[in-house]
Design a protein around this ligand. Structure first.
Ligand SMILES: *[C@@H]1O[C@H](CO)[C@@H](O)[C@H](O)[C@H]1NC(C)=O
Ligand SMILES: *[C@@H]1O[C@H](CO)[C@@H](O)[C@H](O)[C@H]1NC(C)=O
Ligand SMILES: *[C@@H]1O[C@H](CO)[C@@H](O)[C@H](O)[C@H]1NC(C)=O
Ligand SMILES: *[C@@H]1O[C@H](CO)[C@@H](O)[C@H](O)[C@H]1NC(C)=O
Length: 465
């Protein structure tokens, strides 16, 4: 009995000695967020990773320390009691009372050890999680770096296709029908949305609730990796400049090297931006012109604005917005969109009784022209946003604050409508004020309550042209 107790005591002492020497090796790294991609600046994330060892969370450290302190106090008491028991040992008979005291003491020490074990295990788990998070971030960054290479490969494939078509023309095998929207779609059928892949507060965390961001699908030479950002800087309704970033990392870190391109020095005024759903295409910003039922095209190079008058009866100035339950998003009458074929405008008119209308916006030598128009039977106020992908219009609705559903589509080739698509994606913020598809990388760019979030669109034939 005595031997057994002493052995146990010995084991406990060893453990208690090990624990304090082990704990300084433990590292508890506090990432500034639990989101999948650095929500705060890239710089901070990198710093976090580097300074991992210094960033011990005080609460966990305190818990460990007090548990160890408890053990330190209990063990001498136990040793003391044990010695007393030995002194009282007269011929193998232990005092029942003394045994009882020691039994209780051991029980309490065991509880302390258990809690210590749990704390240490939890800390270890958190360290592992952090390490995983850091390697995920690292992988994401590597992906960003290789992006430009993929871009070059994609270009090459498109060139080959053009060359093949050219050869067919030469040999008189010219295809008789114009290609359909589906045929134009190099990726196949729109299947799902994954992510969020990127989630960043950008350069002005929490500052501009409404706005839009993305990348130019038809960039000028040398600007292939650029990203743009248009915050609604006045009254959550108006904007007057485009802010440019030379890469996705610059946007996340918040370093705008090309800086702002000003549409006008005052805001709002004639031909400045009204409403969040703007897009950049071919070096020009397309948007709802201030106080007009028209699309404006602002050429970032020549700094000139061209306007395109929409049909009579087009609703504007916050008359027919995107809505979510009772709340409508102000000044979302016009939604500009890009896809593989160019620029689109989604709006509604009195004669369409508030149902979505879709028109192609064409930049012809003679000026901006309203191309083919489609009339849908989807009531605009029943959707939270729309976007175009491969000639198909998609509409979303809010399921709840965490989930958004792509529920509706309109195929411009066949005129076919679908009301129950059921593609769900996870939101980080309840409201999406701008949503647009980027045909260069098949991403959905969302602007949500001053945060820039993006998702990957999964097609059933990804990667092949
Ligand atoms: C990160 O930020 C710190 C201080 O804000 C600055 O001193 C440092 O140069 C930055 N590092 C990079 C790589 O931008
Ligand atoms: C610590 O807990 C783990 C499981 O939670 C268990 O496997 C292990 O034996 C415990 N260690 C000690 C010393 O109690
Ligand atoms: C779409 O993606 C989600 C999450 O990644 C998954 O749960 C769901 O099953 C997918 N749906 C389809 C139709 O593939
Ligand atoms: C913008 O202006 C430049 C210079 O005048 C011109 O070369 C370019 O084609 C214009 N871009 C668009 C999209 O109109």
């Amino acid at each position: 009995m005595k031997l057994h107790l002493l052995l146990l005591l010995c084991a406990l002492s060893t453990l208690s000695l090990q624990s304090p020497t082990q704990s300084p090796d433990k590292c508890e790294c506090e990432l500034s967020s639990t989101h999948p991609f650095p929500r705060d600046k890239l710089n901070n994330t990198q710093k976090d990773a580097a300074d991992c060892n210094n960033d011990v969370t005080p609460q966990k450290a305190l818990e460990l320390e007090s548990l160890l302190l408890g053990l330190e106090r209990r063990l001498p008491e136990l040793v003391e009691d044990m010695s007393e028991l030995e002194r009282e040992d007269d011929g193998g008979m232990y005092g029942v009372l003394a045994l009882h005291v020691i039994h209780n003491e051991l029980h309490e020490i065991r509880l302390l050890m258990d809690r210590l074990n749990i704390t240490v295990t939890t800390n270890r788990q958190q360290t592992q999680d952090t390490t995983q998070q850091i390697s995920a971030i690292r992988a994401e960054l590597q992906e960003l770096e290789t992006y430009d290479t993929q871009q070059v490969i994609k270009r090459d494939l498109i060139n080959k296709r053009l060359k093949r078509d050219l050869d067919q023309c030469r040999t008189g095998q010219r295809p008789t029908d114009p290609p359909t929207a589906q045929e134009l779609c190099p990726h196949g059928r729109f299947q799902n949305v994954s992510g969020p892949r990127i989630n960043t507060a950008g350069e002005y965390p929490g500052s501009f609730k409404y706005g839009a961001w993305g990348r130019d699908p038809k960039p000028e030479e040398g600007k292939e990796s650029w990203y743009w950002y248009v915050p609604l800087t006045a009254s959550n309704r108006y904007a007057h400049y485009v802010r440019l970033y030379s890469s996705l990392s610059s946007l996340v870190v918040g370093v705008s090297v090309p800086g702002n391109v000003l549409i006008h020095s005052s805001n709002p005024t004639t031909n400045t931006v009204q409403g969040p759903n703007v897009v950049l295409y071919g070096g020009a910003l397309y948007y709802n012109c201030y106080n007009m039922d028209a699309v404006c095209q602002f050429n970032l190079t020549s700094k000139t604005v061209t306007t395109l008058q929409l049909p009579k009866g087009t609703r504007f100035n916050s008359k027919s917005n995107f809505c979510h339950l009772d709340e409508c998003y102000p000044f979302t009458d016009l939604d500009l969109a890009t896809d593989e074929s160019g620029v689109w405008v989604i709006y509604t008119t009195n004669q369409d009784h508030g149902n979505l209308v879709l028109s192609k916006v064409e930049d012809r030598p003679e000026g901006l022209v309203l191309g083919q128009t489609w009339h849908t039977s989807m009531y605009k106020q029943a959707v939270t946003n729309t976007f175009m992908a491969c000639g198909v219009l998609y509409a979303t609705r809010a399921v709840n604050k965490d989930t958004e559903e792509i529920f509706y589509s309109y195929d411009t080739t066949t005129g076919q409508e679908q009301f129950n698509i059921g593609i769900y994606f996870q939101k980080i913020f309840p409201n999406i004020y701008a949503l647009n598809y980027s045909p260069v990388d098949q991403m959905l760019h969302a602007y949500c309550e001053s945060n820039m979030v993006s998702y990957k669109v999964i097609f059933d034939r990804h990667g092949h042209v």
